[in-house]
Design a protein around this ligand. Structure first.
Ligand code: HEM
Length: 388
């Protein structure tokens, strides 16, 4: 298999931009109409999630060993879209028809064979992982909303109770979907696992975000939603039991950090933890009652609120990292960062310039979300929380 040829042909196809997913989906839905219902109801104008990933991942088949864990998780996770083994040939066929269409004369029998073999390899890993997961976890969890509070004009805090236990580690994200929306977005539980299995979610209504808008404005206690298996490990707490922490959070990026704090408390902390929490204005701090309560009951915790905008200094934006670096030297600590892509990128750049090492910085990447290093999907708005 000539992997260089695969990559080169994919970059030629990808250069056609939005035409590629349009052609792919028309091909798939026409030949296999039963697959249409797996995808969001309104796909017009939405950023493609599957095709770009598919082309990229399959053309990087030479990295399959490094990506195997990621692909297993992806395969198991695809059960939440109701994807079964028999759908893989359909998607593979639509992919090849799409490639042939855009490559024109550059499409050869050898290239067709390479793409087909590479797709088969990736698909096999995903299918096997899905089969294995079938014995352990349901494809998704039904959950009831037990409380719903609109805390600011666009942020709601929900408590949900899955019908059966959904295990996760603080810092991970879980898929969340509403039955009428038929799309999934990731949110991080804002609590360490509880005895009663309930999960706290902090949701900001993203512009144009069908799932987030429904969760913020269109849900009430008693409503049912769907949750999917947890993913990601980059924000998990390392070094159990030792090591002081600096936490930088922006907007709803506070949620996984709150879960980490609960985990630290449950450890019977020997750590000092400093949290710098940002929002554009004071009015946007949506969880202050809970935060002040934590800060007053845990002596090892300090919390500094950083309102980014001040009408006395128009045009100037202060971020949590700016305040933290001005306040002290934290280089002996592990630093956890969560917020919008820009907030994370800015924080990591500032910390690196200040002499902090990459291996002491923990964040999900800028728009990388839970994906492996070889694949960068479009930015996920769900943790933006408004801090820029
Ligand atoms: C090698 C095979 C495949 C790869 C590498 C792949 C990869 C991906 C990735 C990375 C995503 C984005 C994940 C997310 O947003 O959570 C995705 C989404 C999705 N995939 Fe796959 N996939 C494959 C096969 C399939 C198959 C066979 C189907 C069945 C028709 C399928 C249906 C979907 C659906 C419905 C979505 C969500 C799309 C959306 O929300 O817009 N995938 N896939």
């Amino acid at each position: 298999m000539d992997v260089a040829r695969l990559k080169e042909s994919w970059s030629l196809v990808a250069a056609h931009g939005e035409q590629v997913p349009l052609y792919f989906y028309s091909t798939l839905f026409l030949a296999y109409p039963e697959t249409r219902q797996m995808f969001p109801t309104n796909m017009a104008g939405q950023r493609d999630r599957l095709v770009t990933a598919l082309g990229h991942i399959v053309s990087h088949v030479d990295q399959v060993d490094r990506l195997v864990e990621f692909l297993r998780q992806l395969g198991a996770d695809h059960r939440k879209f109701a994807v079964r083994a028999e759908h893989y040939p359909a998607v593979g066929e639509a992919l090849l028809v799409t490639l042939r269409h855009f490559l024109g004369e550059a499409w050869t029998d050898e290239l067709a064979k390479d793409w087909s073999d590479a797709y088969g390899l990736i698909a096999q890993v995903m299918i096997e992982a899905a089969e294995k997961a079938e014995a352990v976890d349901p494809p998704w969890w039904e959950a009831e909303i037990v409380s719903h509070e609109l805390r600011t004009f666009d942020v709601a805090v929900l408590t949900v109770r899955p019908d059966y236990l959904l295990e996760f580690t603080p810092g991970q994200s879980i898929g969340v979907s509403h039955p009428v929306v038929r799309a999934w977005r990731y949110y991080s539980p804002a609590n360490a696992p509880r005895r009663d299995g309930t999960i706290e979610l902090h949701v900001r209504a993203a512009p144009g975000g069908a799932v987030s808008s429904r969760l913020v404005y269109g849900c009430a206690p008693g409503d049912r939603i769907h949750l999917a298996a947890p993913v990601g490990d980059r924000l998990n707490l390392r070094l159990a039991g030792s090591g002081d922490l600096l936490i930088l959070a922006g907007g709803t990026g506070w949620a996984p950090m709150k879960a980490l704090l609960e985990q630290v408390a449950a450890e019977g902390s020997r750590r000092e933890v400093a949290v710098y929490l940002g929002a554009r204005t004071r009015l946007e701090f949506y969880d202050t009652d809970a935060i002040d309560k934590l800060a007053s009951s845990w002596p090892w915790l300090t919390v500094t609120y950083v309102a980014g905008m001040d009408f006395r200094r128009p045009g100037e934006v202060i971020r949590p990292v700016d305040r933290a670096l001005a306040d002290g030297d934290w280089r002996s600590r592990h630093v956890y960062v969560c917020g919008s892509d820009e907030m994370v990128a800015h924080s990591v750049t500032a910390l690196t310039q200040a002499g902090y090492h990459a291996d002491q910085l923990h964040h999900e990447g800028f728009g990388e979300h839970w994906y492996g290093p070889a694949w960068r999907p479009p930015a996920a708005p769900d943790k933006s929380g408004g801090v820029r």
